[in-house]
Design a binder for this molecule. Structure first.
Ligand code: BYC
Ligand code: FE
Ligand code: FE
Length: 483
């Protein structure tokens, strides 16, 4: 196999995995390709498919300078197979095979466990594009539209990344799984996507920003854990995906930040000091901070569910097998086998929340979730700085992890965002203040009017501080196709 830093564009499928000399896999991928293109073409509205979008395309996997920016029609985007460079003499970083050479093939005994994780990862990628499919129509600017489509084409590429692994290493069942990834669809009754959050709607741009901040960050954490895999091709695949993931979370963080900024500026201009004076604030055509907090609550808690059960034998098996590590496994100072370690997990005893110690091996999901909660706090702190700087008295916060959960020990229990267990009546009385209501949704929809001209922005969101690839403020990110 001729792996390289630079991407080879000789075959229909750009790659750095020597695909042109791997006829079996090249053929399998070429067979899968038309189904993928059909999926894409049926999904995104046609006028955007014909438009020229200023996108970045990966041309190398060298962290310095891996991308080039140019106008592309999305169906002509070169989705490819890119693995981060092989690390010489890489070793299995955790579990019972700790220290043995990393696998270049899938060990037979772990085949189905590995396949399941790759399929779940692959399933989320197209699901997110499905959830976001109509947002182009109401983009608050050409800049934002370009970012949406950048995220979408890269999630499409992430699907390719997992499909490559399935086709190359899992034979016939891999091929079937690859086809099923195009058969399931977000929100479908008969064949929904595999994980809960990926069957929810992304109905408006504030949801999109919250999703890319909180749910793409689950993606980051899961990819970090899979990047630790003893199965080297999976590790290398996830390592390159992580370089793309950073931009998705940037889009989310700055999108929410710009929304907050615009709201505070409008309040100041109108002389409104009480952030809970929501009717007056909505009359200004901006989204009140309490509603932004409600959207945060929703997307954050949906994302917490993506970490699975606090105590999980699936997770223990994957770790012990060396298939999935912990976040920053290589930086943790312990035996990397967790033979005698314990870890604190949440539990409910007689309706009371308690933190108790369980064998660390069974608490792998909980630990990753804890790492996620810390990682997600950074942006929330920066949003609060924007509010403070503009002199408004309000603080965004991450709700307690017991609130609004569908998976794990807190599933379907009635907790407030502060973490108090409530009666049904108390919960019903509080919930319109904690999660977006129908009316909130209608209000946000009323603001979702397209604003596509170069340098113009919808009234509810501030322009970005810097352009993509340092382009000036009036740069034409999208050359819109007019039929
Ligand atoms: N929804 O023992 P448990 C991304 C099931 S996002 C529905 O805790 P485990 C992206 C579970 O399958 C990252 N079902 O399971 C972001 C299990 O079923 P079985 C995606 C759920 O395996 C934005 C049972 O409940 N990647 O990339 O320890 C845009 C018992 O649970 C859910 C991955 O997730 C749920 N939320 O943990 C684009 C990485 N949670 O086996 C992309 C791969 C649990 O008893 N996946 N169940 O029938 C995994 O590592 C694990 O499968 C999970 C679940 C962490 C998801
Ligand atoms: Fe992704
Ligand atoms: Fe992403």
């Amino acid at each position: 196999m001729t792996d390289s830093i630079n991407v080879n564009y000789d075959t229909q499928i750009p790659n750095n995995v020597g695909l042109s000399s791997d006829k079996r896999v090249l053929k399998a991928l070429e067979k899968w390709h038309p189904g993928y293109i059909n999926w894409w073409n049926d999904l995104i509205p046609q006028k955007f498919q014909q438009s020229m979008i200023y996108l970045r395309t990966a041309v190398s996997v060298d962290p310095k300078g891996w991308a080039k920016f140019d106008y592309v029609k999305m169906p002509e985007y070169r989705w490819g197979i890119l693995l981060a460079p092989q690390v010489e003499d890489r070793r299995i970083p955790c579990g019972e095979h700790y220290g043995e050479p990393a696998w270049q093939e899938v060990p037979g005994e772990y085949r189905s466990l590995m396949r399941r994780l790759i399929v779940i990862q692959g399933d989320t990628e197209p699901a997110s594009v499905e959830q976001q499919r109509y947002l182009g129509l109401t983009a608050p600017s050409a800049y934002d539209m370009r970012n949406l489509f950048q995220v979408n084409v890269e999630e499409g590429r992430h699907l390719w990344a997992m499909v490559y692994l399935l086709q190359k290493y899992f034979g016939r069942d891999g091929r079937e799984e690859a086809n099923d990834l195009l058969r399931r669809s977000s929100g479908s009754e008969e064949a929904p996507r595999m994980l809960g959050a990926f069957n929810e709607e992304t109905p408006d741009w504030l949801s999109f920003f919250m999703f890319t901040y909180f749910t793409d960050r689950d993606g980051k954490m899961q990819l970090e854990a899979l990047a630790q895999s003893g199965f080297d091709p999976l590790s290398r695949s996830c390592r390159f995906m992580l370089t793309e993931e950073a931009h998705h979370m940037f889009v989310g963080e700055t999108g929410v930040g710009r929304t907050i900024q615009r709201t505070c500026e409008a309040m100041n201009a109108a002389g409104i000091t009480d952030p809970f004076d929501t009717d007056k604030i909505r009359d200004l055509g901006v989204i009140d901070l309490p509603l932004i907090q409600k959207k945060l609550n929703l997307h954050y808690t949906l994302s917490l569910d993506l970490f699975g059960q606090e105590v999980s034998t699936n997770a223990a098996n994957a770790y012990n097998a060396g298939i999935k590590g912990r976040y920053m496994e290589h930086k943790i100072d312990d035996d990397h086998q967790l033979t005698n370690d314990t870890y604190k997990v949440w539990d409910l005893v007689d309706g009371k929340m308690v933190h108790h110690e369980v064998p660390a091996l069974t608490a792998i999901n909980m630990r990753l979730r804890d790492d996620y909660i810390g990682d997600a706090a950074g942006g929330v702190g920066r949003w609060n700085k924007i509010i403070k700087k503009l002199g408004v008295e309000f603080e965004m916060s991450q709700p307690h992890e017991a609130f609004n959960r569908k998976i794990g020990v807190f599933a379907n229990k009635l907790f407030s965002p502060a973490g108090e267990l409530l009666s049904g009546a108390e919960y019903d009385a509080g919930v319109p203040g904690w999660l977006p209501t129908h009316e909130d949704g209608d209000f946000i929809q009323s603001l979702m009017k397209p604003c596509f001209g170069p340098g113009s922005y919808a009234g509810w969101i501030a322009p970005p501080k810097v352009g993509i690839n340092n382009q000036p403020g009036d740069f034409e990110y999208v050359k819109l196709y007019e039929a």
